[in-house]
Design a protein around this ligand. Structure first.
Ligand SMILES: Cc1cc2nc3c(=O)[nH]c(=O)nc-3n(C[C@H](O)[C@H](O)[C@H](O)COP(=O)(O)OP(=O)(O)OC[C@H]3O[C@@H](n4cnc5c(N)ncnc54)[C@H](O)[C@@H]3O)c2cc1C
Length: 304
């Protein structure tokens, strides 16, 4: 069994910031990351990042690149990538990973968000036409009839963006109002070539060998929309299932903690997107990760 003083789960901005602060304070720290590279969601940001006081970045990959460099050079063998944790026992202070069991004295949960899936079963030949990103698949979407699902900024921006290249664009939203910015709502609702269906949801997919349409349920009625691609933009979900039933969470499955990240379990801390009452921003992730290292030092009996 591997033993460490501090175990950090997730090498996004929150986990890496906590680990670097811990190491600066001479704590024995180990970071586990299931992906091949650190950076978390930064690796999925296609557009410029302009809200950081350290400067702007052309895209998330360039910021993830400099974070990876810092993490790999400073943490070195204390950063284990390709290392997925499959179960956690907060009471006994152990985790099960694909590198075996690991025990810790203090634990930071920094597992971030993942893209929320539609949750409709479909065979592979249909699923391959249900996309969760549109930017990188733009060539595939050209001249196609496309259904966009969602009601936030991302869904409306996608509908507006695709309208220029697709033969037709339908926007399906389960509620009667959009969550998106008012300017985007106005642009979509007034757009002559975007068909908006509120109070609507996809019940099933149609097609024998490939996607040919979706069955929509709207106000108790059902009808079919012909399409060859669906782009789903229904937000993000916190990666907190591993801790369900073991720790206090809010109604949105975010972990409740104090300002230094201490949770309802002694020695267990959290930071970043998964913090209840936090904000899903890089600066918050970094700041709360750093703050949690102070919480961890305090818990381990180190003086400030
Ligand atoms: C498209 C997009 C655009 C964005 N644009 C901006 C922006 O312009 N400005 C801004 O401030 N913020 C932006 N954000 C938000 C920002 O990226 C996040 O708030 C930030 O990355 C959160 O950091 P985190 O460390 O909490 O989580 P994450 O970045 O999600 O990192 C969590 C890490 O934990 C790992 N992990 C999860 N579960 C396990 C497990 N069981 N075992 C091992 N590892 C695991 C994941 O692989 C991941 O690497 C954007 C996000 C997206 C998706």
């Amino acid at each position: 069994m591997i033993e460490t003083e501090v175990l950090v789960l997730g090498a996004g901005p929150a986990g890496v910031s906590c680990a670097l602060e811990c190491l600066d304070n001479k704590l024995d720290v180990l970071v586990l990351e299931k992906e091949r590279q650190p950076g978390g969601q930064l690796n999925q940001i296609p557009s410029a990042i302009r809200n950081l006081a350290t400067g702007s970045y052309d895209d998330g990959a360039s910021l993830a690149g400099s974070m990876t460099e810092a993490a790999r050079s400073v943490l070195a063998e204390r950063l284990l990538t390709d290392c997925a944790v499959s179960s956690v026992d907060l009471k006994n202070k152990t985790v099960e990973s694909n590198r075996g069991q690991i025990s810790y004295r203090a634990f930071l949960i920094a597992t971030g968000y993942r893209v929320r899936r539609l949750g409709i079963d479909c065979p592979d030949y249909i699923c391959e036409h249900v996309l969760y990103r549109s930017g990188i698949y733009k060539d595939l979407l050209k001249k196609k009839s496309v259904v966009v699902v969602g009601g936030g900024d991302s869904a409306l921006l996608t509908a507006l963006d695709l309208e220029a290249i697709c033969s037709s664009v339908y926007l399906i939203h389960r509620s009667s109002t959009f969550r998106a910015r008012p300017d985007l709502v106005q642009a979509v609702e007034e757009h002559p070539r975007i068909a908006v269906h509120k109070n609507s949801s996809i019940r099933s997919f149609r097609g024998e060998a490939a996607l040919t349409g979706v069955l929509i349920s709207k106000d108790g009625e059902e009808f079919e929309i012909p399409c060859s691609k669906v782009v789903v933009k229904i937000g993000y979900a916190p990666n907190t299932e591993l801790f369900a039933g073991q720790i206090n969470m809010d109604e949105r499955d975010h972990i409740v903690c104090d300002r230094l990240g201490a949770t309802s379990i002694a020695g267990v801390f959290c930071a970043g997107d998964i913090v209840s009452g936090g904000v899903d921003r890089i600066a918050w992730a970094m700041g709360s990760g750093t703050a949690s290292a102070f919480g961890i030092r305090k818990y381990l009996g180190h003086k400030f």
